[in-house]
Design a protein around this ligand. Structure first.
Ligand SMILES: [Zn+2]
Length: 311
């Protein structure tokens, strides 16, 4: 009898994680486009017709339709399957390894990280609509449900995450005369600090930068950095950073928009120079790498802490 409920719990965690993953991918699509999360039911991103009810079943629907819209045949982006699988596995891992409240707090954090990463990847802009509320929510959850973090580390984490990156970005701006760290990254790091404390911030900064360098190098060597697309005008106010404190740091979109116009007109040598600049600054969105490191820490904090303390 003991075995049956355990398996039911595992399956429930997987299913819940997959559903939230599906929801997160949808939010990441709708938020920048200023589409309500509630009103239009799921629709195909290509033909915009509503999908049949069963196509909302995570993972299975993607596999059953072989990743294509049944109505227009357009490919469904693999992030639907990836997001559902990732959060399903995260939910199962957290359910098995943490007390329920602690697991839910960490799962909420990872969900917020996934949404901001997808938006940042698409638009080079971290949605403040996610990271702003994430700071107080993270603080409350860390204080009440995450004894490995607690309210003190969370509070220091908010200051360290927001402050450290803000100062780094400001110095970079002074030295290089261009924006190196968007304010979106600052708010993201403040949310990271709220959820996983200042130790998590240090881990995230170090490994996020490491992953980001590898990613930037890979793009520089094998790929062509693509400019960020223009954000729909209605969504701009909701998404963009409020009045910037750093002079000229009006958010990644201004720089990205400039990069687009330069890329289109600049011939050979200027283009190469721009490409080099782009590689140094915002050719690769930094947010997803930070989020990857932060999510890793949220999952494996006990192991990472004991490993670190044992040295
Ligand atoms: Zn379609």
């Amino acid at each position: 009898m003991e075995q049956v409920p355990a398996i039911i719990g595992d399956v429930a965690a997987l299913a819940l994680g997959a559903c939230v993953g599906s929801f997160a991918v949808t939010v990441a699509y709708r938020l920048p486009r200023d589409i309500s999360i509630a009103t239009p039911r799921s629709f195909c991103e290509s033909c915009e017709r509503p999908v049949p009810w069963w196509a909302n079943i995570p993972i299975f629907a993607y596999l059953a339709s072989r990743g294509r819209c049944l109505m227009c045949g357009a490919p469904i982006r693999a992030r639907h399957l990836g997001g559902e699988l990732a959060l399903a596995l995260a939910a199962l891992y957290l359910y098995v390894n943490f007390p329920p409240g602690n697991a839910i707090a960490r799962f909420i954090f990872i969900t917020l990280l996934l949404i901001s990463s997808l938006v940042d990847y698409d638009w080079r802009l971290i949605p403040n609509l996610i990271t702003f509320p994430g700071v107080p929510v993270g603080f409350v959850l860390a204080a009440l449900l995450m004894p490995e973090v607690g309210w003190q580390d969370s509070l220091i984490g908010i200051a360290a995450g927001g402050g450290l990156l803000f100062v780094t970005g400001y110095l970079y701006q002074l030295v290089r005369g261009q924006e190196g760290v968007g304010l979106g990254d600052v708010f993201l790091l403040a949310m990271v600090g709220a959820f996983i404390g200042w130790q998590g911030v240090l881990f995230t900064l170090f490994f996020g930068a490491l992953l980001g360098s590898i990613g930037g190098l890979a793009v520089g060597l094998f790929g062509t950095p693509t400019a960020a697309p223009e954000l729909p005008p209605g969504a701009r106010e909701a998404m963009a950073a409020p009045s910037p404190v750093v002079p000229g740091a009006a958010g990644a979109q201004a720089g990205a928009a400039a990069a687009v116009s330069i890329d289109q007109q600049a011939p050979d040598s200027a283009a190469a120079e721009n490409e080099e600049h782009a590689l140094l600054s915002t050719a690769v969105p930094f947010g997803p790498f930070l989020s990857l490191a932060a999510g890793f820490y949220a999952l494996f904090q006990p192991q990472l802490t004991s490993w670190y303390l044992s040295r």
